[in-house]
Design a protein around this ligand. Structure first.
Ligand SMILES: *Cc1c(COP(=O)(O)O)cnc(C)c1O
Length: 359
């Protein structure tokens, strides 16, 4: 039995989206970013599906990499936040993960390591994001110290992360790329700069490796440009069902706080999905919901387990009819906009209760 609310995966769409990455960056190796449970799609399933299609995958945390290894994944895994203490470094060795080195305490741990094994690392340079990474002026010294670490496969990779790549008119991206290229002059090692927005919008950032995440899942990283225009198709569709259909009278209100007033007699549908599933509580009234494939407006507040919709346009709609909250036929970007958020938070945010099924 499939539960009322479930997320349907379209793995063919995933592979089509990957092909779009290859089209844009034909000379780059791909490190598919599958952090945060593969952006909500299920870590192991997505990793398996990409296994022989990409050169590496990346997760944010050591424990995510360990879980992938424990599930039997045997291809390169990069940990984007690296290790934060000796225990995590030990796990990086044990599970042969690749680690990002971005702060000097990690260098200390590497210098103290006595494990008779070697790992690969990426040296991360902070070119203006001001989150993780060494400052350009300290990079040479850090790089040379890494060259002397016996526990590392040499040379380290060299990477940076772009802060504003989703705005193709923002000159900060070119400044970051130039600063990176200037900083790594004369250093051996492969380069990696581009996230999804840069894969699609900044050719100058396509070095040996690109690191797309969001676009693999069929979402547009650009606020004003649809995924469809970019040739991307949604991998996740969030579905549920009608669990009640009823009539309310003009003047009556719906839901907690009674925020929605019926201006006329109204046919109302109750859908089994709510913020307990990851549907955004702060979405605006009137946001689109697909019932039987046709758009109806959301009315009233989103509760934990339910939302309500106006079914006046669908006199035939009945209990158990299918509902789509986002995905195929209803881009998650539209829902994100209605909820004043970004597609990342919605797809990442589906909860444990939502069963993930393959179509
Ligand atoms: C999340 C992340 C990416 C992928 O970003 P998208 O915008 O999802 O493509 C790439 N690099 C790093 C360091 C990241 O943290």
């Amino acid at each position: 039995m499939i539960p009322a609310a479930y997320a349907q995966l379209d793995l063919e769409a995933l592979h089509n989206n990957l092909a779009i990455v290859r089209q844009h960056a034909p000379h780059s190796k791909i490190m598919a970013v599958i952090k945060a449970n593969a952006y909500g799609h299920g870590l192991n399933r997505i990793a398996e599906s990409l296994k022989n299609q990409v050169e590496a995958v990346a997760v944010a945390r050591t424990d995510e990499g360990m879980r992938l290894r424990q599930a039997g994944y045997n291809r390169p895994i990069t940990v984007l936040e690296g290790f934060v203490n000796k225990q995590e470094l030990d796990a990086v060795f044990e599970y042969h993960l690749d680690a990002v080195v971005h702060t000097s305490s990690q260098l200390d741990l590497l210098q103290q390591a006595t494990v008779p094994k070697q790992i690969s690392v990426w040296l991360k340079i902070d070119t203006g994001m001001n989150r993780l990474g060494f400052r350009p002026e300290e990079t040479l010294s850090i790089y040379q110290q890494l060259l002397h670490c016996a526990c590392l496969r040499q040379p380290p990779g060299l990477m940076t992360h772009l802060a504003n790549a989703d705005d193709v008119a923002d000159s900060k991206t070119l400044q970051q790329i130039e600063l990176f290229k200037k900083t790594v002059v004369g250093l051996h090692g492969e380069h990696s700069i581009a996230n999804s927005a840069a894969v699609l919008g900044w050719k100058q950032s396509h070095t040996e490796w690109v690191r797309p995440g969001l676009m693999l899942f069929g979402c547009s990283p650009f606020p004003g440009k649809s995924a469809q225009k970019l040739g991307l198709s949604p991998v996740m569709s969030l579905h549920s069902r009608l669990i009640a259909v009823k009539h309310i009278h003009a003047g009556e209100t719906v839901g907690y706080g009674g925020t929605w007033h019926a201006s006329k007699d109204t046919r109302l549908g109750v859908v089994a999905v709510g913020y307990g599933d990851g549907y955004p509580r702060h979405i605006r009234e009137g946001a689109p919901v697909l019932v039987n494939g046709l758009t109806v407006p959301l009315i009233g507040r989103v509760s934990m387990d339910m939302i309500t919709v106006d079914l006046d346009s669908q006199p035939e709609a009945a209990v158990d009819d299918p509902v789509t909250l986002w995905g195929r036929g209803l881009p998650v970007e539209i829902i994100a906009q209605a909820a004043a958020t970004i597609p990342y938070t919605l797809i990442c945010g589906i909860t444990q209760r939502v069963q993930i099924v393959e179509s």
